[in-house]
Design a protein around this ligand. Structure first.
Ligand code: ARG
Length: 265
């Protein structure tokens, strides 16, 4: 089965509030730059074995472009996000309606008070889940998710406010290799990650700044931010990936990049 991905056009994308350290309401989004990034991501997905869908953006939801955070879907069940910040909560309702009406998913909400920010805080391998907590998702979200998925869920403690979602600082390239921004994790979580992978690639500041970890893999194709270091590029290509780089500078103003823009299900 093809990988299904939903992306959301940046029609209303802007920085209207500040809920992470990347956001600064004085640094507005350049609409043409955002649209160019969106179009290039869209064209990349269209050139790959992806079943691509585009959501209808809603006015007053400027962060709706970060579709990854909408929730988690598996086996016909969609678990909508319980966003920590009120500014994003309506996105979960829009996503639930879309997943139910267009794709036939049944909706399973998590208990109120347990925050869960979907794929933003999730990193999956073929056999395991890692879920971030500390800034957005609650620690308890891990146990809640475990009720719905059969692969084991490991909780990862995030401590660096710039890397507030797990997908901003950690990526799994299959079960064996991980990309890790060392500055983002509590010591015991870093240890857990190091024990969980055969090879851990620690990223440089240069790569951390462009959120190199915020990537999407489709088979041997790897879609990531433009601006990652030559060294990392070589490493990834050495692992057999064909790289597609998207200039996500406008999306980083909101605190996200390629993976945040893509809801995979
Ligand atoms: N401005 C958005 C927010 O804070 C960015 C979300 C980025 N998403 C992600 N999966 N890292 O909440």
């Amino acid at each position: 089965m093809k990988k299904r991905i939903i992306i959301c056009p940046p029609t209303y994308f802007d920085i209207q509030y500040e809920i992470n350290p990347w956001m600064n309401t004085a640094k507005k989004v350049d609409p043409s730059g955002a649209l160019a990034a969106y179009t290039s991501l869209r064209n990349t997905y269209l050139s790959l074995p992806v079943e691509l869908h585009e959501a209808v953006p809603e006015a007053d939801l400027p962060d709706m472009v970060y579709a990854a955070d909408w929730g988690y879907a598996e086996n016909g069940v969609f678990i909508p996000a319980n966003f920590r910040y009120a500014e994003r909560r309506r996105e979960a309702n829009v996503a639930a309606e879309l997943m139910q009406k267009k794709f036939g998913f049944s909706i399973q909400r998590l208990p109120e008070g347990i925050f869960f920010e979907g794929h933003g805080d999730l990193v999956e391998t073929p056999t395991r889940f890692f879920i971030g907590y500390g800034f957005r998702s609650s620690f308890e979200a891990g146990a809640e998710l475990q009720k719905f998925v059969s692969n084991p869920v490991f909780s990862i403690h995030l401590i660096n406010p710039f890397f507030y979602h797990l997908d901003t600082c950690f990526a799994a390239l299959g079960d064996d290799v991980a990309l890790v921004n060392k500055s983002a994790f509590a010591p015991e979580s870093l240890e857990l990650i190091e024990k969980s992978f055969k090879e851990v690639i620690f990223t440089s500041d240069e790569d951390n700044k462009v959120m190199a970890h915020n990537l999407v893999i489709v088979g041997n194709d790897l879609i990531c931010a433009k601006g990652i270091s030559e060294q990392l590029k070589k490493r990834l290509e050495g692992l057999g990936y064909r790289l597609h780089e998207i200039d996500t500078v406008e999306y980083r103003k909101g605190g996200g990049s390629v993976k945040c823009m893509s809801f995979e299900f």
